[in-house]
Structure formats: structure tokens, C-alpha cells
Design a protein around this ligand. Structure first.
Ligand code: SF4
Length: 215
């Protein structure tokens, strides 16, 4: 919580996830794999302009045409298939309803989402937290990076740097509070983008510098 408090004080609330509806959030979580959010925004706006951002429309549109619509998000052929796979699941299991999907118990839903082709742990957890409002912690490369730099996990220990271990590290040390989980992940992304970059971390203005001297 002290890391959270320091980041929150420095960066303020992040107002995540950018999306008007749970469905839009889920689509964004799939499209943002391996690309910058600005590219996802363009793809989502294009879908909106063509009135395609509904489960029914994405189910019914030709996969090649869908790929064309989301071209700006990169890997668009693969991502069109992933979107279709998610929508197939949503209809076969929940009649196309995000609300019905969100009624499922959190870990059971996670298990279901991970069976879908193209949905990994980070995407599944983003959908569960930001579209279904359940308290699960989302782990990404920024999270792993700052934990390694602060000696909270060991880079050379595969089990230490695993997604599941890092997720437990947070969830075992935080209250199961959706607002905190929501903000925490968003704050870590801000930290990674603004200060804790891959090559050249800018530690002197960083709110976590005291933690660095302790570690
Ligand atoms: S103090 Fe440095 S290493 Fe630690 S999170 Fe900030 S920028 Fe990264």
C-alpha cells in the first residue's frame, strides 16, 4: 500500500479504463496486445464510426472486413480472429451479454476466458477487472520491471517473475478492493511510461526512489 500511496500522490487518479461500456473495454483489452493505446483508439473509433461496436455486429461481420476495420491496432488479422473467438464465447456461454458474463464468480470466469484462443492472463484479468468490476490484479511488463529493479522479485528466478507469482504478491498484500486494483495497475503503467523506462530509468524525480535506497 505504501507503493500505491506514493504513486497515487505523485500521479493522481488515472481514470481507467478508457472505454464507454464494458463491451468497449473488453474489445480494447484484446486490441491493446502488443501495441500502443493510441493505435487501439483509432481502431475503436473506426468501429464506432461504422456502427460496429456491438457484440451482434462483430459476430456478423466478415472476419477479413473486421481485420480491415482494426488495421491500426497492428497484427490485425490475428486480432480479428481473437475478437471473433471472444464474441463466439460471449454468445455461446452468455447470450452475447457482458452483464451476464460479469455474474460469474471471478476465478471461474478467469478459467473460462483463458480457454479462448488469443486471450492470455493479462487480457483476461484486464477484462475481469475493468469490464466486469471484480478485484483481480493485472500484471504487465511495467510491473515486472519495477519489481525487479527494487529487488522485490529476482530476475533470474523463473518462478519469481511468473505472472501468477507477481499477481499473488499484490493480491496477498492488498485489500480486495476494486478501486485500488483499478488505480494501482494504471499507476504502474504511468510509472513505466513516464519514469521507469526499459533502458534509462529516471530515478531522481521518481516517487519510489526511497524504496530503491531501501532495497
Ligand atoms: S526509482 Fe527508478 S527504478 Fe524505481 S521505479 Fe522509479 S524509475 Fe524505476
Amino acid at each position: 500500500m505504501s507503493i500505491y500511496d506514493s504513486l497515487h500522490k505523485a500521479f493522481g487518479p488515472r481514470h481507467w479504463w478508457p472505454g464507454e461500456t464494458p463491451f468497449e473495454v473488453a474489445i480494447g483489452a484484446i486490441l491493446t496486445q502488443n501495441t500502443a493505446w493510441t493505435n487501439v483508439e483509432k481502431a475503436i473509433n473506426r468501429l464506432k464510426e461504422h456502427n460496429l461496436l456491438t457484440a451482434e455486429h462483430i459476430r456478423d461481420i466478415d472476419t477479413n472486413l473486421l481485420a480491415e476495420m482494426i488495421r491500426s491496432s497492428g497484427y490485425y488479422n490475428q486480432k480479428a480472429k481473437k475478437l471473433k473467438a471472444f464474441i463466439d464465447f460471449l454468445f455461446s456461454r452468455y447470450e452475447g451479454s457482458m452483464e451476464k458474463m460479469a455474474e460469474t464468480e471471478m476465478w471461474a470466469l478467469r478459467h473460462e476466458l483463458l480457454q479462448i484462443n488469443g486471450i492470455g492472463m493479462e487480457t483476461a484479468d484486464s477484462i475481469i477487472l475493468y469490464a466486469c468490476y471484480k478485484p483481480i490484479f493485472v500484471v504487465d511488463a511495467y510491473t515486472r520491471r519495477f519489481l525487479i529493479r527494487h529487488n522485490l522479485i529476482k530476475e533470474d528466478n523463473p518462478s519469481d517473475i511468473s505472472y501468477t507469482h507477481i499477481q499473488k504478491l499484490f493480491m496477498n498484500n492488498l485489500p480486495p478492493d476494486i478501486t485500488i486494483y483499478n488505480e494501482y495497475h494504471a499507476l504502474i503503467v504511468q510509472l513505466g511510461k513516464e519514469l521507469c523506462s526499459k533502458r534509462d530509468p529516471d530515478c531522481s524525480p521518481c516517487p519510489l526512489i526511497n524504496l530503491l535506497t531501501l532495497s
